[in-house]
Design a protein around this ligand. Structure first.
Ligand SMILES: [Zn+2]
Length: 425
């Protein structure tokens, strides 16, 4: 049944205007509320006694007991974080508020569709909040049919109030976060926004715990200047497989009057851990190179989009004059899983032990481009490497864009250290 049909049926059941029901329905569905649940919640909103749940208020629950089987709940909770965001629904901008709520038994994410005036630290009694499933977890929807009152007695919760976090602690989906960071890179870009062309900033934040990429959806000069900043009310979402800090129009950015010492070490993880996390920025892996994949060595890229050109054809731009480049796609295995490590030209020149010009000359002499990949294979397959880079996971598997790629055997100090750890443990 189409959304239009569902709206028609619902409107006639409830005796209300179809367009109104349809617009509510579209709204809920656009936030990934399943259709049946959306219909149920509208039945409640428009006070349909026959739906069963309409008349009786849901009983008060502990947050730890809320499951995705609940359709609506009432509870008492402490507000941990509040993030404000503007989203587009049916061609209109709407402000929403998101964050986490907690009691003694657990915490939950919430989205408030109206401004209840929530602040971190508030203790609130919430009646009839919708429950939806998000990423397999229950999440609260606070809407027009939700009642909310502020309590004077503070609820003690075993969680930190406010969204202060280090970059290493941030995960995709976090809302209302506060970070104090150094601006490692910031670049102004012009994009086609909702209201025409607009300038944004993208780059990399760093703190004691590590680094994360960011996008600022408007140009904050203090970020562009590269000074350390405190960013309040940012959110984190996944972009190209890694978490990214988003600085929105509601975020507050203030200069920081202290220096941030950016941690130099990447977090060392197993390949299985990085895959389980769905991607990680700036990590270190150690494993054996099992193979060098096709499409390595001397390759051609489209001058327009940098995609690989095969037989003079770019997938997007058709017939093009390809530009020569070097890269390696190496399969790395650390005993927990495998990942394709991608080396750029510079790192490839290191493992090939020659320049792009050398590679072209070798290929010309042999009248075969494959000789370059063959040499690289001989140089790296079967050896253990320490790889630093950005780990991402997509439908085609796990990739690590390497920023460094070093043979562990080449470093006697490392071997000595590893040996020492072994002896000591
Ligand atoms: Zn192209």
């Amino acid at each position: 049944m189409s959304l239009d049909d569902r709206a028609e049926e619902l409107a006639s059941d409830l005796g209300v205007d179809k367009e109104e029901v349809k617009s509510d329905l579209e709204n809920l569905v656009s936030y990934s509320v399943p259709m049946d649940e959306a219909v149920q919640s509208l039945r409640r909103k428009y006070g349909d006694g026959s739906s069963g749940g309409g008349g009786s208020a849901p009983s008060e629950k502990d947050i730890g007991d809320v499951t995705t089987d609940d359709s609506s709940v009432s509870l008492t909770a402490r507000v941990l974080t509040v993030g404000k965001r503007s989203i587009q629904t049916q061609g209109e901008q709407q402000d929403i508020f998101e964050g986490e709520l907690a009691d003694e038994t657990g915490k939950l994410s919430y989205t408030a569709w109206t401004d209840f005036g929530l602040s971190p630290g508030d203790t609130v009694q919430i009646g009839n909040a919708g429950v939806r499933e998000w990423d397999g977890q229950p999440e609260l929807n606070l809407g027009e049919s939700t009642s909310l009152s502020f309590l004077d007695d503070e609820l003690d919760v075993p969680y930190e109030i406010g969204g202060e976090a280090t970059l290493h602690e941030l995960q995709s989906g976090d809302r209302g976060v506060t970070v104090e960071v150094a601006v490692e890179e910031a670049e102004r870009r012009t994009i086609d926004g909702r209201e025409g062309e607009t300038d944004i900033l993208s780059g990399v934040f760093g703190d004691e715990s590590g680094r994360l990429p960011f996008t600022a959806w408007e140009v904050h000069e203090v970020i562009e200047d590269g000074d350390p900043v405190r960013v309040e009310n940012a959110y984190v979402r996944e972009y190209r497989g890694v978490p990214e800090v988003n600085v929105s129009e509601y975020s507050t950015v203030t200069p920081l009057d202290r220096d941030i010492e950016v941690g130099e070490d990447a977090t060392q993880v197993s390949i299985a851990e990085a895959i389980a996390a769905g991607g990680m920025y700036d990590v270190e892996l150690v494993g054996d190179v099992l193979a060098v994949r096709d499409g390595s060595g001397l390759i051609e890229r489209c001058p327009e989009c940098s995609r690989i050109v095969q037989n003079g054809q770019c997938r997007s731009h058709g017939d093009v004059e390809g530009e020569d480049d070097l890269r390696v796609k190496a399969i790395l295995d650390d005993g927990t899983a495998t990942v394709t490590v991608v080396l750029d030209r510079e790192l490839t020149e290191d493992v090939y032990d020659g320049t792009l010009a050398d590679a072209k000359e070798q290929a010309r002499d042999a009248m075969d481009k494959e000789v370059v990949a063959e040499d690289i294979r001989e140089n790296i397959v079967g050896f253990e490497y320490r790889v630093r880079g950005h780990f991402s996971v997509d439908d085609y598997g796990a990739n690590c864009d390497a920023t460094s790629f070093e043979r562990t055997d080449d470093d006697p100090a490392d071997r000595a250290r590893a040996l020492l750890t072994e002896v000591e443990s």
